[in-house]
Design a protein around this ligand. Structure first.
Ligand code: ZN
Ligand code: ZN
Length: 553
C-alpha cells in the first residue's frame, strides 16, 4: 500500500448492532473511502405489530454512496445480510462473501428484484478494495461458511470476528482457523471487533456434535413422525438431522419455504451432503407411514404463519401430527418470541405429540463464543484496542470487563454504540462526534416503501396534531345514528365554524357513499380520512393526522 499516507485516520462508524441484537452494520472509513461490513436486519416481534422488519438507517452511507468500495458479509444470517437490498439501494457497490453467504443473499435479493455484483471470498485469499485489503478467515458458527475478516488499512489492521465460536472438535470446514488468527496476532492488530452475543455464558460454547446423543435418543424412541425445527440457515444442524434420519431409514422433507430454499442453496453448493433422492417434496409426505418420516420444519420462533404454527393447530396442508410423534425444538428462543413459542408447544401437546426442547434436553448449542472462547480470541489476536460488537449495551460492557482476563487494560476497550465514531490515528484511538444512526421500520404491505414510521408519526403528531372523527352507523340501514363526533388533540378546535363545517362534511360523506361500499366500513374510513385531510389543509393550511373511528350498532 505504498503511496497511501499512513498518518490519515481510520474511522469506525457503527450503523447498527452495537447496543442491540441484530442490525449489524459497521462502516470502515479511510481517506474518504468506505467499506461496509454486514447489512443485517433486526427481527420484528409482537411489540411492533404490522412491521415486517427493521433495518439500519443507512443515511451515512447514502451521503457518501460514491465513496463505497464494497459491502462485505461475514456470514449468511439475516442479522448480517437481511438489509443488503436496502444498503444496495442507497449505495450500490460490489458485495463480497463466502459461497453459502452469497447463495443465501442472492435468493433474498432476487425476491426483492434487486440486482447485485456478487463476488466470492475464499478463506486465505486476500482481496484489495481501494485502501482496504480483506483477508477472510474461516470461523465456526451455526451457519456454514462463516468468516472473520482481517482488514488491512494504511492505519492498521481491523480484525472483525463476525459471529463465531471456537469448536475444537469440529471438522475442518466447520471449525475456526485458530492458526490464521494467531498469525494476525503476531503481525499486529490495531483493533479487534468481537462478537458479544454470548459474553454472559461461562466457559466455552459446546460443539455442534454434542447435540447428536439427545437427537439420536429421539430417533430411537419415537414410533411416529419426527419433526425437528431449527433456524432455516442452520445447515450443520440440518446435516446432523439428515444423517440420523438416513441411519434410521427415515425419509426427509423440508417443510416451510425458507427451510426448503436454504437447503436447496446448500445442496447446490455441495455444503449439505445428502442424496437429493432422500428428500421428499412436502406434498409426498402424507403418502409415507409416520415411522418412515423425519421432517425439518420452519417456525422455531413460533411465528404465527410458519409451517410449525400451522401444524400445531392442524391447519397445515401437507403435515399433520398426533400421538406417537415427537417435535424437537433444536433452537434457542430469540428474546421477544417466548409467548409465541410457548403457544405452539402447548398446541402441539394438545394434539397429543411429544415435545423436546433445550429446556430439558441437550438438543441445541449456541453458535456464539462463550467467555473462555472470547478470552482465547483476545489472547490469540492481541489487539491494541477492543471494540465489543453484536449485543445489547450490557453485553458490550461485560465484554469490556472480560477483556481484563486477556490482559487488556480498560482504556484499551472502547464501548461504543450505534452512531459513535472512533478514529484511529498513529495507533491511538479517539472519539469523534456522533453521526446519525437509527432504525428504519419496513411494513408488511411490501409496497417497497421504506420509512421510519415511528419517527414520522411522532413528528407529524407533534407538529400537526390529531383529529379523530367518530361515526356511529345503524348496522341494518347503514345510516348515521346521531351526529358524528370529532375529538382533537394538539390541533386548534376553538373555531366553532370550522368544526361545524367538518361535521357537515362527515355527514355528507357518509350519506353520499356508493351503495356497494356499505358492507365494508374500512372503505368509509378511508373516504372520511381523505375528505377531512383535504378540508383541514384547505381551511387551516395544516395537516393533522386523521384517524376515523366507524362503529356499527
Ligand atoms: Zn449475528
Ligand atoms: Zn450469526
Amino acid at each position: 500500500m505504498e503511496g497511501l499516507n499512513p498518518d490519515l485516520p481510520l474511522r469506525l462508524v457503527p450503523l447498527g448492532g452495537l447496543g442491540e441484537f441484530g442490525l449489524n452494520a459497521m462502516v470502515l472509513e479511510w481517506g474518504e473511502r468506505l467499506l461496509l461490513v454486514d447489512a443485517g436486519v433486526m427481527f420484528a416481534n409482537a411489540e411492533l405489530p404490522g412491521v415486517d422488519s427493521i433495518v439500519p438507517d443507512f443515511q451515512y452511507l447514502a451521503d457518501r454512496a460514491d465513496k463505497l468500495e464494497g459491502i462485505v458479509l461475514t456470514h449468511g444470517h439475516e442479522d448480517h445480510i437481511g438489509a443488503l437490498s436496502v444498503a444496495l439501494d442507497v449505495a450500490p457497490a460490489p458485495v463480497y462473501g463466502s459461497r453459502l453467504t452469497l447463495g443465501f443473499a442472492e435468493r433474498r435479493l432476487r425476491e426483492r428484484g434487486v440486482d447485485a455484483d456478487l463476488r466470492t471470498l475464499v478463506p486465505g485469499t486476500p482481496v484489495q478494495l481501494g485502501p482496504f485489503r480483506l483477508n477472510p478467515i474461516r470461523v465456526a458458527h451455526s451457519v456454514l461458511d462463516s468468516l472473520a475478516l482481517a482488514i488491512e488499512t494504511p492505519a492498521g489492521v481491523v480484525l472483525a470476528s463476525g459471529d463465531f465460536k471456537i469448536d475444537r472438535d469440529a471438522s475442518p470446514e466447520e471449525s475456526t482457523d485458530i492458526e490464521a488468527l494467531a498469525e494476525w496476532g503476531r503481525r499486529g492488530v490495531l483493533v479487534l471487533l468481537s462478537d458479544s452475543t454470548n459474553v454472559e455464558q461461562r466457559g466455552r460454547s459446546r460443539g455442534e456434535d454434542t447435540v447428536i446423543p439427545a437427537l439420536r435418543e429421539v430417533f430411537e424412541r419415537t414410533p411416529g413422525r419426527i419433526l425437528v425445527t431449527c433456524f432455516a440457515s442452520a445447515i450443520p444442524r440440518i446435516q446432523r438431522v439428515a444423517d440420523l434420519a438416513r441411519a434410521a431409514g427415515r425419509r426427509l422433507a423440508m417443510i416451510g419455504r425458507r427451510m426448503a430454499d436454504n437447503a436447496d442453496v446448500a445442496l447446490d453448493l455441495g455444503l449439505l451432503r445428502l442424496p437429493p433422492s432422500d428428500v421428499l417434496s412436502p406434498g409426498a409426505v402424507s403418502t409415507y407411514a409416520p415411522r418412515n418420516l423425519a421432517l425439518l420444519v420452519a417456525g422455531s420462533q413460533g411465528e404465527p404463519l410458519s409451517a410449525l404454527s400451522l401444524i400445531s393447530v392442524g391447519e397445515h396442508r401437507d403435515v399433520t401430527v398426533g400421538p406417537g410423534d415427537t417435535v424437537v425444538f433444536s433452537s434457542r428462543v430469540i428474546p421477544g418470541n417466548e409467548r409465541g413459542v410457548s403457544r405452539v408447544i402447548s398446541n402441539l401437546y394438545r394434539r397429543g405429540c411429544d415435545v423436546v426442547h433445550p429446556g430439558h434436553a441437550h438438543v441445541h448449542v449456541s453458535g456464539h463464543a462463550g467467555q473462555e472462547d472470547l478470552v482465547e480470541l483476545m489472547q490469540l489476536v492481541q489487539p491494541r484496542y477492543l471494540v465489543p460488537v453484536h449485543g445489547e449495551y450490557r453485553m458490550l460492557v461485560q465484554h469490556k470487563h472480560l477483556a481484563r482476563q486477556a490482559g487488556l487494560d480498560e482504556e484499551r476497550v472502547h464501548v461504543v454504540e450505534d452512531g459513535d465514531v472512533l478514529a484511529f490515528a498513529n495507533g491511538v484511538a479517539r472519539r469523534e462526534d456522533r453521526v446519525a444512526a437509527g432504525r428504519i421500520l419496513i411494513d408488511r404491505s411490501g409496497s417497497g416503501e421504506v420509512e421510519d414510521f415511528v419517527l414520522r408519526d411522532r413528528r407529524h403528531l407533534s407538529a400537526e396534531g390529531v383529529v379523530v372523527p367518530i361515526i356511529v352507523l345503524d348496522k341494518q340501514t347503514g345510516h348515521l345514528e346521531g351526529a358524528p363526533g370529532i375529538v382533537t388533540r394538539g390541533f386548534v378546535d376553538d373555531d366553532a365554524d370550522l368544526m361545524d363545517d367538518a361535521t357537515r362534511l362527515l355527514v355528507e360523506t357518509v350519506d353520499a357513499r356508493p351503495i356497494e361500499e356499505r358492507a365494508d366500513p374500512s372503505l368509509l374510513r378511508e373516504r372520511l380520512r381523505a375528505e377531512l385531510k383535504r378540508f383541514f389543509k384547505k381551511r387551516t393550511q395544516r395537516r393533522p393526522m386523521v384517524i376515523p373511528v366507524v362503529m356499527e350498532i
